[in-house]
Structures are given as structure tokens and as C-alpha cells.
Design a protein around this ligand. Sequence first.
Ligand code: ATP
Ligand code: ZN
Length: 284
Amino acid sequence: MLRLAIQKSGRLSEDSLQLLRDAGINLSSSPSRLLRTQATNFPLELIFVRDDDIPEYVEGGVVDVGIVGENVLLETLKDVETVERLGFGKCRLCLAMPKNAAYNGPESLQGLRIATSYVRILENFLAAQNIRAEIHEISGSVEITPSLGLADAIFDIVSTGSTLLANGLREVATVIESEALLVANPDLSPEKREILARLLFRIHANRNAKNHRYILMNVPNDRLDEIAAIIPGMKSPTVLPLTQPGWSSLHSVIPENVFWDALEQLKAAGAEGILVVPIERMIL
Ligand code: ATP
Ligand code: ZN
């Protein structure tokens, strides 16, 4: 049995549960009211906690693995293994200053009062830049401190920037880009490692599927080579004869990020009846 900690309620909760659902893992009871539950079809126990506690639980072996924001992990300095970057919960940790304050690089921060909940990350950044500033640790609503006269700059999480704007601040530098991480205790038993590997296999199969499309089209035989060359497929495409003489059906898998470009080129090269189909699971 592998024990996984996820955020009980917050920005990472729904995406964490969805990751498990996509991996075909069913939970025995609705997670909303419970603090722990078991999967019915996978050796996984789920524990619901505050995100700030996850690095410590994983490090101490209270749980085997956890899903936590990189920002929280970096701030807590716990000794855990990052197993996978999960691609959700994206945000950045930024320095921001009042709209009209001058900023010409980190040296503009010299001697300023900076309010933040991320003291360690900020300290590391300032040390690396050889800047001395006065750090004020604040646990929430960091954005209002400059207008209250408590700070000259802030260092905080930003996702869209609208909160900064509403508080008369502008972002001056990004220090860290963060996303949700799957982290593990470094000393997992071989049995737990194996369960973790099975979970990762499913996560990868879903991610590959999401990042690719299955594409099929009808192609005149004399253009087959030219058209096959356009497709940035996994391997060589599949070609099947059509009952109509002189035509074939060509199938392949293409990366999601190029398929619009590829479609235009394929059409221009004489492909007809092009279908693009989502892929449910993909194992490379
Ligand atoms: P908890 O009650 O579990 O302590 P919290 O209030 O500390 O919750 P949330 O605001 O739910 O935490 O954010 C959880 C994580 O989501 C953050 O640590 C960060 O990694 C990520 N995140 C993504 N976008 C944002 C955002 N716009 N603001 C804050 N966190 C964000
Ligand atoms: Zn928290």
C-alpha cells in the first residue's frame, strides 16, 4: 500500500484528484468530508492535509508520496525526492513594487523593506545577487503592505497579476516558476517503489495521450512519400489501400503542438478527408 498526501481543500485539490481519476484509480468514498480514504482498485491510501504540511510528512515517512507546489517545497527545505512535475498549479514567485517606483535590476532592491511569506526563497535569491534588504515575514495579504507603508516591495505568488494591479503594484522580476510536484520519501521500500512506478506509468500514458493526436487521411498514391514526409509521426505512418484505385488511407500520430501547421501542409499537398482524433492512453 502506498500512502499519498494531497491538499485537503485548495488550488491543488481538484487537479490532484483528477490526476488519480485519469489514472483509473477509484476512491472508496467521496473525499470531501474525509481526511483519509482508500482506492478500491489500486494499492493506494489517500490522506487529505494542508499543503504546507506535505513536505514534512513525506520527509518523515508519515506518508510515502505527496503532491505539493514547488513553491512550498522550496520554502520548507525538506529532504524529499521530486518524482514528477505534474503540470498543474502553475504560478510564479515574483518581486513587485509600487507602480511608480524605479526598478533597474536586483540592485534597486538594496536596503529596501520587502514583505513576503517566502522568506527562505527570497533570502536565497538576494544572497545570490549580493543584495542586502530587510525581509519582513507576513503570512497573508502581502500585496497590501506597500500601501500601508509597511514595505517598499513585496515577494509573492502571482498567477495572473490582477491582484498586483488592484493594489497599485507592478511585477518587476520573476524569481521562480512553480508547478505541482509529485514528491516521494527517498527511502521507500521496494514494494512501495513498485506501486509508485505503476502510478507513474499511468500518469505518463495519460500525458502522452493528451500531447498527441491520431490523424488519418486519404492520399493519392503518387503523393504518399511527399505527404508522409510532412507528418512528424512517432514512427513511419501506416498506409492502407482504399477500394478506390490510386488512393490510400494514411494513419499516424502527431504531437498536439504541431498539428495545426501539419494540417495546412497536408491539405496543400493533396491529402483529403483528414480526421484528427483524440487518443485516450498512449504508451511509448
Ligand atoms: P492550505 O489551506 O492547504 O494551506 P493554501 O491557502 O496555502 O492552502 P492555496 O491557495 O490553495 O494554498 O494554493 C496551493 C498551491 O497552489 C500554492 O502553494 C501554489 O503552489 C499553487 N498556486 C497556483 N496558482 C496560485 C495562485 N494564483 N495563488 C496561490 N497559489 C497558487
Ligand atoms: Zn498552505
